[in-house]
Structure formats: C-alpha cells, structure tokens
Write a new protein. Structure first.
Length: 400
C-alpha cells in the first residue's frame, strides 16, 4: 500500500513544482511587461516634452521646421512609418497637408489636399471624436474610403488619427499610419496621440500669433512711412512746410518751457528765376535737389532742414544760440557760393551752374518769443540781406 501513496506524493510534488515554475515564469513575464510599459511611457513622456519645447522655440523656428521635428519625433516614438499634420480649411471643406514624414525614406513632403466631399465618413469622424483608432484601416468605416487609392497601394494597415482642436473647434488632424501587420492601438498610444495633437494646436497658434504680429508691425511701418512721406517735399526730400510748422512749434514750446536756445535760418536763392528762364525748370529743380543735399550735410543730427516754398528753405536749429546760428549760416552761404551745380537741362544736355543765396538768422528771445515771431524775424532779416546786395547773411535784431 505504501507504493501508491509514494506515487501520489511524487505526482503532487511534481504538480506543485510545475505550478511554482509557471508562477515564476508569469511573474518574470509580468515584470518584463511592466518594464517595457515603463520604457514606452518614458519614451512617450520624453517625446511630449521635446515637442512641447517646440512651441516655446517656435519664435526661432519656421513652422516648416517645427512641424518637421514634431512628425519625426512622433513617428519614432510610435514606431510608425508615416506621421503627418493637416490643416482644416475655414469652411471645413478640405484638409491640406502641412508636413508628411516617411520614416523609411527620411523624407518630408507637403501640399496634398483632401476634399471633404470625397471622404465624408472620415471628415465626420474627425468632427465627432477625439481620435480615430482604426486597427483595420482597410475595413474601418471611418478610414475605408482611403483603401483603394491610398491605403492598399502603400501597404498601410492601421491608422491612428487625432483631431487638433482650438477652443473646442477642430482645426486639423495629426495622422499616424502603420505599415505591416495590423496593429491594435493601446490606451497609452491613444493618449500620446491626443497629447501630440494638443501640442500641434499650440505650435499652430504660436505661428498664427507670430504672423499677426508681423503683419501688424508691417502695417505700422507702412503707416509710419506714409506719414513720413506726407511730411516730405517730393523734389528735395526735405521736410515740407506742413512739417516745418509742427517741428518748429514743438521746438519753440520746449525751448520756451526749459529756457533753452533755439534759432531759425531762412535761406533764399538769389536770382533763381534767371536759372529757370535760361536753362529751364528741369535744371532749376536739379539745383534745388543738389542744394538740399548740401544743406543737409552741413547740419547736425538734431537740426532740421525744410523746404519753405519755391527756392526758399527754413533751417530749425535746436540748442543753438544766435552767434552759433550766424556762423553756420555763413559757412553754408560760402559753401553754396563755391559749389558747381551739375544739372541737366530740359533738352537732356548737362550744364554746370553757379548760384548764391541770401540768409536771415533769428534766435528765440531777441524780440521773437514764439515760433511765428521767430520765422517772421528770420524772414525779415533775409529780405534785409537781399536789399543789401544779396549773397550775404543778416542777423535779426527784433521781430517784425
């Protein structure tokens, strides 16, 4: 009777040993699976962090470069052959590919357009769900519309597409396409695809804000340029009479308030009508343009040269007393007197001309206590210079 009992004990021990071995194998498999899951989770988390940094770096990257890095990172993390980003049109009638990355080729492309009326099931699925997890993309009703013309020829068996949303509204989609045996998408992969779509929304939003900022700045710059042109004389590119009134008014108010010096020089060419009569207005305009360059080159940074009208100019000299303004005017008169004006007459033939100018100088406080009185005093001094024989500088002593 002992032998059967021994056999039963041996069999029981063998069964227990087999069960223990199976349990240990299961525990090892579970530990390995948990390790792999941890590795996958870590890779996905690292990928999301790298992609999130793109939205912070986007000011230094073009949209093309940012999306290129994003699709490459996503394809590598999910181990799929193709990852792409698509933008939905405003009317939701089409999707345009912004970037498609093919991992085996290491190539990027863009520009393909999908029309909603050709793929209504897919477009409806995008609008109604967070993600399209098509394990069998060829038969899944959400993706089967692509079977004959796209999926089958490229060997794509599974698709994981996550809608890109902004303020709850679909604005695009991120597509992940697997080539090979059908793939069952795992919950962590769906979560990763959704998080990636959220990052794409941030990148697209940053790009839109940047473009709006650039457009705003361009509009402001064009407005400033237009305003500046409105204040410039077409012929000489100096400030015009309208600008002169504004500039001198501001400078006079500042000088009076802070008790600072301010001077004005009025300049008028002598016998300028003779130049126009003998050589034509084209030559006269050439003299004025060249004179404007000479005048501008003689001034300091804060001084302003303006065309007062005709062949008359007004120079506004902040922080300049009467003596300094008179010396500047004399240097300018001398430079004009010695300059050879090389211009072109109406017939197109070049000519060398000489011209002189008379100048009147006035400074704030010498009988002129406002912008208007300052100009009037300088203008009166100018006509005194004309009456005294021209080609000279006269300093005003009292307002008119």
């Amino acid at each position: 009777m002992a032998e059967p009992d021994d056999a039963r004990v041996a069999a029981l021990e063998a069964a227990l040993a087999a069960e223990r071995a199976a349990r240990e194998a299961a525990e090892r498999a579970l530990a390995g699976s948990e390790g792999r899951l941890r590795d996958v989770a870590r890779r996905e988390q690292d990928a999301i962090v790298r992609i999130a940094r793109l939205s912070l770096r986007h000011g230094h990257l073009s949209l093309e470069d940012a999306l290129g890095e994003l699709t490459e990172t996503a394809a590598s993390t999910l181990a799929v052959e193709r990852t792409s980003v698509w933008l939905l049109s405003q009317d939701h009638g089409s999707l345009c590919c912004l970037d498609l990355y093919e991992k085996s080729q290491g190539a990027h492309s863009a520009g393909t357009v999908l029309a909603a009326d050709r793929y209504p099931g897919y477009f409806e699925a995008l609008e109604t769900g967070r993600a399209i997890d098509a394990h069998d993309a060829l038969s899944d009703p959400r993706t089967s519309e692509f079977r004959d013309g796209y999926l089958a020829p490229l060997g794509i068996t599974s698709m994981l597409d996550a809608a890109v949303r902004r303020e709850g509204r679909v604005i695009g989609v991120v597509c992940h396409e697997h080539v090979g045996p059908q793939r069952v998408w795992q919950p962590d992969e769906l979560a990763f695809a959704g998080a990636l779509a959220d990052q794409v929304a941030l990148v697209l939003g940053a790009d839109e804000r940047r473009r709006l900022e650039q457009e705003t700045e361009r509009t402001r710059r064009e407005l400033r340029e237009a305003q500046e042109l409105a204040l410039r004389d077409d012929l000489t590119d100096l400030y015009n009479r309208r600008a002169m009134d504004d500039i001198l008014g501001d400078e006079a108010a500042r000088a009076i308030r802070y008790r600072r010096p301010l001077a004005v020089v009025m300049l008028d060419f002598d016998h300028f009508k003779d130049i126009n009569d003998r050589h034509g207005h084209r030559a006269g305009d050439g003299v004025l343009r060249e004179a404007a360059r000479l005048i501008s080159s003689a001034l300091r940074t804060n001084d302003k040269a303006t065309r007062y009208g005709g062949e008359e100019f007004c120079l506004i000299l902040p922080e300049t007393g009467a003596d300094e303004a008179f010396a500047l005017a004399e240097r300018l008169r001398f430079a004009l007197e010695g300059h050879v004006f090389r211009v072109v007459r109406a017939a197109g033939d070049p000519v060398e001309l000489r011209a002189t100018a008379s100048l009147g100088v006035a400074s704030l406080g010498e009988g002129a206590e406002s912008a208007e009185l300052l100009v009037r005093a300088a203008d009166r001094a100018l006509y005194e210079a004309k009456a005294a024989g021209r080609n000279r500088v006269v300093r005003a002593t009292a307002a008119a």
